[in-house]
Design a protein around this ligand. Structure first.
Ligand SMILES: [Zn+2]
Length: 324
């Protein structure tokens, strides 16, 4: 029997893949494992893969399962972090009321903690990434959608119904493009990777010249982040114009967040940071030009540092914090 198990396992449950990492007390990854999610096989099969993944990460770290203290899981939501239940997840073939915590605790015989993936990403950046030592921080993750996490007084702020941080659905343009949530002009509908690809494709279809595609053949799903980043580097005018609009919308959202919460730091992460070099200067300028005196003083807007590990490391931080 191990008296002081020092490892935690962080699991990042995404719509396409499951990532797990065995993480030591210093936040160092000692072993990793990966599986396809294949959510169409049902929640039982997915949770069983999650458990396999956790055990494999520990084995790859050269350690034994009894060395593990707790397991943290970041999952798409909405979810109930206290009961450890995923309430509804369109990204997981429409999971409804899946008892992740109860099921995994039975299989793994360790305490399991569940949290929304964006909150987990924010926790990771706060403790191990860009936000080390910062008390008030907001994380904004721009990917196929846009999510946010809020840390106030060093603690994750969940709000009354545990839904705080929905920055993607902050309306930045009344009457703007339609969002998946049903409203118009949400940040997500203007600045997500999906919206950026949609707008580039629409401009090309209208006849604007771009290295990213030909008028008739263009489809938004063909536009890969790497290609958009390359076009931006080469000065492609269509790509630059669309990115400018997205960056300004992100900047306006951040401005509003700064005015309401006055955080010390905003951490920007997610897949769209592939064009971070083009995005960030415009985001910062948009904020600087409009921010109220004092509110924006010494507030830093910085890129996330943990990249693809933010999910597993954040889940490891979650497990450690809930155990203490
Ligand atoms: Zn919305």
């Amino acid at each position: 029997v191990v008296k002081n198990p020092d490892l935690v396992v962080g699991i990042d449950l995404g719509g396409t893949k499951i990532l797990a990492a065995a993480v030591d007390a210093q936040g160092k990854i000692l072993g990793r494992a990966k599986r396809s999610t294949d959510p169409e096989e049902g929640s039982r099969a997915v949770l069983s893969r999650l458990a396999d993944c956790a055990r494999e990460a520990v084995a790859r770290a050269g350690r034994e399962w009894p060395d593990v203290r707790a397991v943290g899981v970041g999952a798409p939501g909405p979810l109930d972090p206290e009961k450890g239940v995923v309430i509804f997840a369109p990204n997981l073939s429409g999971w409804k009321n899946v008892p992740v915590k109860a099921t995994l605790e039975k299989t793994l015989r360790k305490p399991v903690f569940l949290e929304n993936d964006v909150n987990v990403g924010t926790l990771g950046e706060h403790v191990l990434g860009a936000g080390k030592g910062v008390r008030d921080l907001v994380g904004i993750f721009v990917g196929t959608g846009i999510g946010g996490g809020v840390i106030l007084n060093g603690q994750l702020h969940r709000g009354f119904n545990k839904t705080a941080g929905e920055i993607g659905h902050m309306i930045v343009q009344i009457g703007g493009p339609k969002c998946g949530c049903g409203n118009r002009g949400c940040l997500e509908a203007i600045a997500s990777r999906t919206a950026i690809a949609r707008d580039i494709a629409a401009a090309i279809r209208k006849g604007k010249k771009s290295s990213l595609g030909k008028r008739r053949a263009i489809d938004p799903s063909d536009l890969k982040s790497g290609d958009i980043a390359k076009a931006l580097d080469e000065g492609d005018r269509v790509a630059r114009k669309v990115i400018r609009r997205a960056a300004r919308a992100i900047g306006v959202s951040i401005l509003n967040v700064i005015h309401v919460l006055n955080p010390e730091m905003i951490v920007l992460g997610g897949g769209a940071m592939a064009f971070g070099d083009h995005l960030l200067p415009i985001v910062r300028k948009t904020v600087e030009r409009r921010v109220l005196p004092l509110a924006g003083d010494r507030v830093r807007i910085v890129p996330a540092q943990l990249a693809d590990d933010s999910g597993v490391l954040g889940a490891a931080v979650l497990a450690r914090q809930r155990m203490s």
